[in-house]
Design a protein around this ligand. Sequence first.
Ligand code: BES
Ligand code: MN
Ligand code: ZN
Length: 494
Amino acid sequence: MQFYATGASAARQRSACAIVGIHERAAMTGPARDLDRRMGGAISRLLKRGDFNGKAGEVLPIVGARGGPAERVLLVGLGARKEYGRKAYRRAVVAATQWLAKGGAANAALYLPQEPVPGLDAYYATRFTVESVCAALYRIPDLKSGRKPPRARLTRFGIGVPAADLAAARRGIRDGRGIAAGMALTRDLANLPANVCTPTYLSSAARRLAGEHRKVRARVLDVRAIRRLRMGSFLSVTRGSDEPPRLIVLEYRGARAGTAPVALVGKGITFDTGGISLKQPTAMDEMKFDMSGAASVFGAIKALATIGAAVNVVGIIPACENMPSGRATKPGDIVTSMSGKTIEVLNTDAEGRLILCDGISYARRFKPRVVVDIATLTGACVIALGAHYCGLFSPDEKLAASIAAAGERSDDRAWRMPVAEEYTDLLKSNFADIANVAGREAGAITAACFLWKFTDGLRWAHLDIAGTAYLSGNHKGSTGRPVPLLADWLLQGD
Ligand code: BES
Ligand code: MN
Ligand code: ZN
């Protein structure tokens, strides 16, 4: 897909589809008015007849449009003018791009940003538009044996902005393309079934990513190397599985060699049965998404490499399955983590924290500026925040604020929850330094507090994406989150 920014008017620029916005119960202005004039008042007549009202997200295609420079005109509703802002803009763009993805237009141009959007600058308006076009065109790499539905025709997409905003719009396009590419990679990996997407498969995906980008390097450690690192906690999770575990290290070097990297540690459980603390069968298939944190690390690095961002990032991915077997770790077993801390594994289904604590310890050797771990860590976080905000945990006020702000800017939101000693007290064990679970209360927080105990001297934040990484039900599939948040935060710095 080719994107371009243009300062030209909707009434002049030729394209197979011109997309203009209409407000509810308000006179047409800007691009819509210009186009209407060129078309001899055809849009005005439609509005007068009540065929289109301009409600937020409403779309009306005029196919075979006469008089204007476009064969098709797509009217999109922007809602009431006084309520117009980033939310209504996003709704309109999503509706328009979803319509386009189903249609026959090979190229299109969207003129909404030519009029000011309250609370949204040209950079974010174009960036979001690019992300939205790519999301509408995204197809799950399914394994259906029937005939594939035809691919969308759309190959060229213009975004009309005021001439003064062209430079910002071009940056928005560059970053939007990168983020969209990252999200597509994240979604592809997370959507694959666990019998395909094994730790070994993730390792080859890492090598593939390194092959595609000069500044990306991949290293893969096998079980012997993991043993040598004394990652007893990580190894305790993989014991019951016949799939060999991997520790994947992805490095993106976009800044000077001496610049301390940001470390992203992603939970890479390619399937979570719960182990001996076996899960209930309901929706257990969704535990193939338990490597979504890892997939988002792939995606963030893909985004930065596509953009060519001037940052250094190291991605650390402990990848394994959590299975029951005669060799599996049992409740009550005590293991020694890479940090030297001993852990009483009271519940083998609290495995994410067991692989992440060793991943965080390993991150230390890169002398990172910040460590952020990303994980589908707790069902409790889904109960607390649902599918809209992910959980954000950090004892560092400034770091938490900068990540939350990146979430707001990129519409990939994170809500801060506490880490505090009162909660770590609940993780006391009679037999080891720490237990891997506390009681039922505050499950997302006690999980974060477990990880916190492994972050002495680090600037650290934790994202619990259990509710946001994928959708259930009819739209089951990976969302590609939190790639927009991570990319935005890494692009802007903290
Ligand atoms: N992968 C799950 C968390 C999860 C649950 C993600 C539902 C997405 C949807 C994690 O490994 C887990 O099993 N957590 C347990 C922790 C408990 C045993 C303390 C949970 O949330 O039930
Ligand atoms: Mn689990
Ligand atoms: Zn899990």
